[in-house]
Design a protein around this ligand. Sequence first.
Ligand SMILES: C=C(CC[C@@H](C)[C@H]1CC[C@H]2C3=CC[C@H]4[C@H](C)[C@@H](O)CC[C@]4(C)[C@H]3CC[C@]12C)C(C)C
Ligand SMILES: C[S@@+](CC[C@H](N)C(=O)[O-])C[C@H]1O[C@@H](n2cnc3c(N)ncnc32)[C@H](O)[C@@H]1O
Length: 362
Amino acid sequence: MDSYTLFFTASLIGVGLYWFLFVLGSAEQKGKHAVHLSSGSISAEKVLDNYNQYSSFFRRPKEILETAEDKVPAFVDTFYNLVTDIYEWGWGQSFHFSPSIPGKSHREATRLHEEMVVDLLGSKPGDRVLDAGCGVGGPMRAIAAHSGANVVGITINEYQVKRARIHNKKAGLDGLCQVITGNFLSMPFDNDSFDAAYSIEATCHAPKLEEVYAEIFRVLEPGGMYVSYEWVTTELYDNGDADHVEIVQGIERGDALPGLRSYRDIAEIARKVGFEVVKEKDLAKPPAKPWWSRLKMGKVAYWRNHILVSVLSWIGIAPQGTVDVHEMLCKTAVYLTEGGETEIFTPMYMILCRKPESVKSS
Ligand SMILES: C=C(CC[C@@H](C)[C@H]1CC[C@H]2C3=CC[C@H]4[C@H](C)[C@@H](O)CC[C@]4(C)[C@H]3CC[C@]12C)C(C)C
Ligand SMILES: C[S@@+](CC[C@H](N)C(=O)[O-])C[C@H]1O[C@@H](n2cnc3c(N)ncnc32)[C@H](O)[C@@H]1O
């Protein structure tokens, strides 16, 4: 091979590699590239081990409530160490679904779904609003920017706190958005210390919904509003139907859920802890367009991502175990899509509550 051919071949390989890693591997919302996939606070050599522990813990989700309820927050933390970078890379900074809106991008549809939260709360500049289970803060930034309110986010996962702080600063919203590591079942906040609160697709991780609702009730001031988007089974779910059970268990296993609740339980639990229920509605119901279409459209992207993750893992850039985590997410996407198509599951059962004016927690 003459030197010209050698140079040409090497350049071609170089450009190809760059394209494969940085263009194909670029994030949904710039910022996380495939070559930077880590496993949160878990060191690279422990990823596979942590993944195996996670998957055996969530193998039989319903049994967790009988035997190991107290271990759930720690395993949810492990789960988010394993998936946070993959989520950011393949989905963006908001870890939730939203109805698709014809003519609008996923990003815009996501933002509108988030802004609806703060419109329901009626928050204004100067208010102090709690985000229970804030992820890397996509919703909190949209909500702070839209309302001018101060948002305090809490997440069990330390790595997400690190990511959220970086994003808040980059967005110029660190003056309005604060994030801390903690368990929303026992929060380090004073009684009656928030004007309003919300949780987006996060309280589904709590083994008992009453525990997280009671804690949110405690920190809200009298008259304070709370909105939650809940993951639930709908009226079409039949626990005697083996296909339905398989879909729901698939969703629970791949999303660190200690048992999905029925939509019927949500308002009842909110009332039990003292809330007045102002409104409840499944935001996935028509005329809303399918929230799962974004997952279906991603099919080709999943294969591309899977090859990318496998190559990166094989050459030692991504930690061992990343391929297993990615494979779990591919399967989860299928179960979620089936849950949406059969309408036995919704990730956006909205409940709007008020803490009565007459109740002070302190
Ligand atoms: C509320 C929760 C998370 C909801 C969603 C944000 C995530 C649920 C399933 C995730 C994904 C599935 C497939 C992945 C794909 C294989 C990969 O290549 C890129 C990322 C995915 C699209 C990933 C993104 C986030 C989800 C859609 C739960 C946990 C309560
Ligand atoms: C699917 S993510 C949603 C994040 C965010 N609401 C969003 O929409 O982008 C669920 C979040 O709940 C948090 N979470 C789960 N269990 C928790 C707990 N016990 N205490 C605090 N946060 C928790 C996770 O760490 C994660 O940030």
